[in-house]
Design a protein around this ligand. Structure first.
Ligand code: A2H
Length: 255
């Protein structure tokens, strides 16, 4: 755990098609024609080309917060409170919640994830290990580079029926984004296999995999996809982040 403040990139994933229950719950609370965004917080903006889904905690309660007449964010109350002091809502210290959604009701919603190769959209899917006390409570899924994400999508695909999802929602193509000397160009799948991680419940090994992946990716990684292909990750990371901010597809969030 970091001691100083974490500087996240919050990403705006626009809802394209609601899962029925969530769509019903926001009816009349969000004006017709307004955009609603799921807003994951990430420390790895340079990996966002590889997003294959977006996770919510199925048991977590989220708020739908008004940013303007045209824009609403889905995040935890805790994140909204923090954002209210970071210039993200129109009035300092003030945040307006128009609706509440339980994570499980959002599963199946289609969102457009900025930079993702899956341009037609990705699904909102459940992840049990999402912490309500960190970031926005929404996590963008990049299975090529995050062992947690890879272990979770693998499990979701294997037990699609149990999770009440379609298998193909969890099986979008995983493309190489970053190459490293030790783990090749699909770091997370490589480490999950190497450490014999068989489920998202293998928390101890996942912790180790996460540590290894993060260090190797950040210090030894080279981009093999996107506009900054060929650049070291250290160099590409701030550039991709700035692009997202400039395009209005993301914003800085710290806690
Ligand atoms: B990272 P730190 Cl490719 N609960 O983004 C659980 N995990 C959360 C979370 C929450 N409420 N909020 C954010 N996160 C994840 C990308 C990524 C991330 C990659 C590789 C590693 C990685 C795609 N998922 O994180 O505890 C988010 O996943 C490993 C450190 O604040 C976020 O960045 O240091 C990261 O954890 C923030 O973790």
């Amino acid at each position: 755990e970091a001691v100083g403040p974490q500087e996240y990139t919050a990403l705006k994933l626009k809802v394209k098609e609601w899962a029925p229950e969530a769509g019903e719950a926001i009816k009349g609370k969000v004006p017709e024609g307004a955009d609603v965004f799921f807003v994951p917080a990430t420390l790895r903006p340079e990996t966002m080309y590889g997003q294959t889904c977006c996770f919510v905690g199925p048991k977590i309660t989220y708020g739908v917060f008004k940013v303007s007449d045209k824009e609403f964010y889905i995040i935890t109350d805790r994140a909204a409170r923090n954002m209210a002091y970071q210039g993200i809502f129109p009035q300092n210290g003030v945040y307006e919640k128009v609706a509440e959604l339980i994570g499980s009701s959002c599963v199946g919603t289609v969102v457009i994830a900025p930079l993702s190769v899956h341009e037609d959209g990705v699904r909102i899917l459940p992840m049990e290990s999402v912490l309500p006390t960190k970031g926005t409570g929404v996590v963008s899924c990049v299975p090529s580079d995050s062992p947690d994400d890879f272990a979770t999508v693998t499990d979701l695909a294997k037990k699609a029926e149990y999770y009440g999802i379609k298998r193909e929602w969890a099986e979008l193509e995983i493309i190489p984004i970053i190459s490293t000397p030790s783990y090749g160009d699909l770091t997370a799948p490589f480490l999950v296999k190497k450490l014999k991680i068989s489920s998202p419940k293998d928390t101890k090994q996942l912790e180790e995999a996460k540590e290894l992946a993060y260090k190797e990716g950040y210090y030894q990684g080279t981009m093999v996809f996107g506009e900054f292909k060929g650049d070291k990750v250290e160099v590409a990371k701030p550039k991709v982040r700035q692009q997202l901010l400039d395009a209005g597809e993301g914003f800085a969030y710290s806690e």
